[in-house]
Design a protein around this ligand. Sequence first.
Ligand code: KG4
Ligand code: ZN
Length: 335
Amino acid sequence: MKNIKVLAIETSCDETAAAIVQNGREVLSSIISTQINLHEKYGGVVPEIASRMHVEKINLVIKEALEAAHVTLDEIDVIGVTYGPGLVGALLVGVVAAKSIAFAKNKPLVGVHHIEGHIAANYISHPDLEPPFLCLVVSGGHTHLVNVESYTQYEIIGRTRDDAAGEAYDKVARAIGLSYPGGPKIDKLAKEGNKEAIKFPRAMMDEGYDFSFSGVKSAVLNHVNGAKMKGEEINQADIAAAFQSSVVDVLVGKTMALAKERHLTKVALAGGVASNQGLREAMEAVCTQNHMKLYYPDQILCTDNAAMIGCAAYYEYLKGSRAGMNLNAVPNLPL
Ligand code: KG4
Ligand code: ZN
C-alpha cells in the first residue's frame, strides 16, 4: 500500500504549527511556533495579536516542517487543516494557507475539528490504541467527555456548563500571581502544597456527566480576596494543591463513573490539561483499581500541535472527507 503523507496545519489559538504525518501515526516532522511570550503580559491570548503572528509565521513554519521531514510539497498526498473551533482570525490564517497549497498543487484538502485532533494525539503516542474508548478532553477551551466510537465518530456525553478546566487553571493562576498559561505552574506548585489546607467545592459531583468549574474558581478568588482584606499572606502552594485536588476529583470521578456505566475498559486523556501530573496520577490509580487501561499523549502532543491534526486528517481522508475551496473557519464548530 502506498504511504499517505499529510501536511497538517494548526492555527486555532496561539500556536502556529505544521507537521508531516505518514499513514496517520508516524510523525515525520512537527514544528510549533508558540506565541506564549507575546500574550503573557496581557494575562491571556489577545486574538488580534494571535492572527497577526500567525500571518507572519505560517509560511516559515510550513517550510520548516517540509524540510525537517525531507519531503517536497509534490510528495505530499493530503493537506489537513484545523477549521474550528477556535479564534476566527487565527483559524483563517491556517485555512487560507491550506487552501492555497491544495489549490496550487491540486491536492485533496481535509478540514479537521480541533478536538478530534486532540483525541487523535493519543493514536500517535500509542500505536496499539484503537476505538472504541472513553476520552476526557480537557484543554484551555474545552472540557468534554467523549465516547470515541470510531476514528471519525464521536458521542459527546458530558461537557462544561461554564469555564473549561484549563481556563479555570489559568484564571486561578492569575489570581494567585502566576503568569499565563497558569496550568503548568499550578501543577508544579501543587506538589509542594497541602491539599487539605483549604477545602474548595467539587461542583456537580453526583449530577450526571456535565462539568462546572466557575464555582471552584470563585471560591479561590474569594479565599484570595478574604486574605487580602485581612492583610494576610496567601499560601500559593496550598491554594494550588487544594484547587488541583478539587478539579482532579471531579474529572476522575465523572470519567470513571461513565466508563463503568458504559463498560468501557479503555480511557484516554487529551488536551493541554492532559499533561497535568496530578490528573495523570489520580486517573492511573483508579484505572488500575478498576482494571481499565489509561492512555494519554506525550507531553508535547497534549498542547496544541499540528501532528495531532495530521493524524485526525488521515482518518478523515480514509473515510472520504474532502473540503472544497469554500472551506471556512468555524469558530464554534460542533464535534
Ligand atoms: O490544548 P491547549 O494547548 O489549547 C486549547 O485547545 O485550549 O490547552 C492549553 C491549556 C491552558 O489552559 C493551560 O494552562 C493548560 O492547557 N495546561 C495545563 C497544564 N499544561 C497546560 N493545565 C494543568 N496542568 C498542566 N500541566
Ligand atoms: Zn487545543
